[in-house]
Design a protein around this ligand. Structure first.
Ligand SMILES: NC(=O)c1ccc[n+]([C@@H]2O[C@H](COP(=O)([O-])OP(=O)(O)OC[C@H]3O[C@@H](n4cnc5c(N)ncnc54)[C@H](O)[C@@H]3O)[C@@H](O)[C@H]2O)c1
Length: 326
């Protein structure tokens, strides 16, 4: 990749911190923007960026994406070529409790990023959308051309709105935008409020794990390194407007996930069966042919391998992780 200047919003998060490290390895200059909010323990976010902190090519800026003039100052000062926009409120169940916060951060926050790009003539954005936009699938795998009539949570609606804003700014202002519909990313630094992290924590402390429905619901889990590959390739290639799925292209049932966790932890899970919440997605699976074609995307880490890597990382993590769901 020729030297690029890249702003990464949400750069201290699970995905953002690992995107920042990859871009630095590729020789980019990176401006990391994050407000280190309390969606989960901010100490974890500071720990996420420890490895990169001393890099000369990294500038860390603490601030809020809602502040458009702050963003514009960052983009101008650091002569940004591409924005990787990952900052968001991220838990779809929590979005039902706090819909306004999610719409403001994810939809209006994306508007703020795009406006700052327009006024500073920053021309390329890679945006982290979500498989939540599909709602429940009727087909075996989600294609990007699917009509988005059934978002099930305010989080999903906020991501649909943000994608549409990217499309409008492409049409009106020529901003090149790739909206990557990320499926369920997992791996080291995973958010403590995400399903796999919560389940492992409960199993290690002999607490029951919550099983929504009969355990047959399925998710496409994609290992963090594969997600980072997809994002890095999108940074390199973004041109025009596209929405692109980033998943593993296979799905795993909740029961299979629990069985794998039992093998990893050596503990028998105590299953607490609960009714499926109406906002919960029953089945997700990515069709990744478009990602392969446009990004050369080819996920390398199988679910069993990735779960093993994540578990080994968890065991080697120095301080206890506070489970501070947000
Ligand atoms: N992790 C997944 O499985 C997954 C799946 C689909 C989509 N995504 C999307 O990928 C992106 C990154 O997700 P993640 O799992 O790394 O989440 P994360 O919560 O770990 O990271 C998000 C980061 O954004 C920052 N942030 C939030 N609001 C901000 C604001 N107003 N101003 C500045 N910074 C702000 C947070 O402090 C945090 O560090 C999000 O947009 C999320 O919706 C993630």
């Amino acid at each position: 990749m020729p030297t690029k200047r890249i702003a990464v919003t949400g750069g201290a998060g699970f995905i953002g911190s690992q995107v920042v490290e990859r871009l630095l390895q590729l020789g980019c200059w990176v401006t990391l923007i994050d407000n280190f909010n309390e969606s989960y323990d901010p100490k974890l976010k500071r720990r996420n960026i420890e490895l990169a902190t001393n890099e000369i090519a990294l500038s860390i800026v603490e601030g809020d994406i809602m502040d458009q003039s702050f963003l514009a100052d960052c983009f101008l000062r650091d002569r940004i070529d591409v924005v990787v926009h990952l900052a968001a409120r991220t838990n779809s169940l929590a979005s039902i409790e706090e819909p306004r916060l999610f719409m403001e951060t994810n939809a209006l926050g994306t508007l703020s990023v795009l406006e700052a790009m327009r006024v500073t003539r920053t021309k390329r954005i890679v945006f982290a959308s979500s498989c939540a936009v599909y709602g429940n699938l009727l087909k075996p795998a989600a294609e990007e051309s699917e009509a988005l009539h059934h978002p099930l949570s305010p989080y999903a609606v906020s991501k649909v709105a943000a994608e549409n804003l990217c499309n409008a700014y492409n049409a009106s202002h020529g901003i090149h935008a790739y909206c990557l519909r990320l499926f369920n990313a997992y791996g080291p630094r995973q958010r403590p409020d995400s399903a796999i992290a919560l389940m492992i924590d409960s199993m290690l402390h002999n607490r029951p794990i919550q099983i929504f429905g009969n355990g047959a619901s399925k998710r496409d889990y994609v290992y963090i390194d594969d997600v980072v590959d997809g994002i890095a390739n999108a940074v390199e290639r973004v041109k025009g407007f596209e929405v692109i799925n980033i998943g593993e292209g296979r799905s795993v049932s909740l029961e299979q996930l629990v069985q794998q966790l039992e093998i990893r932890t050596g503990r028998k899970a105590i299953r607490e069966q609960l009714p499926m919440p109406p906002s919960e997605i029953y089945r997700s699976c990515a069709d990744i042919r478009k990602a392969h074609k446009l990004l050369g995307y080819d996920p390398q880490v199988s679910f069993i391998e990735g779960l093993g890597r994540y578990y080994r990382w968890l065991l080697g993590t120095p301080a206890p992780i506070t489970r501070n769901a947000g």
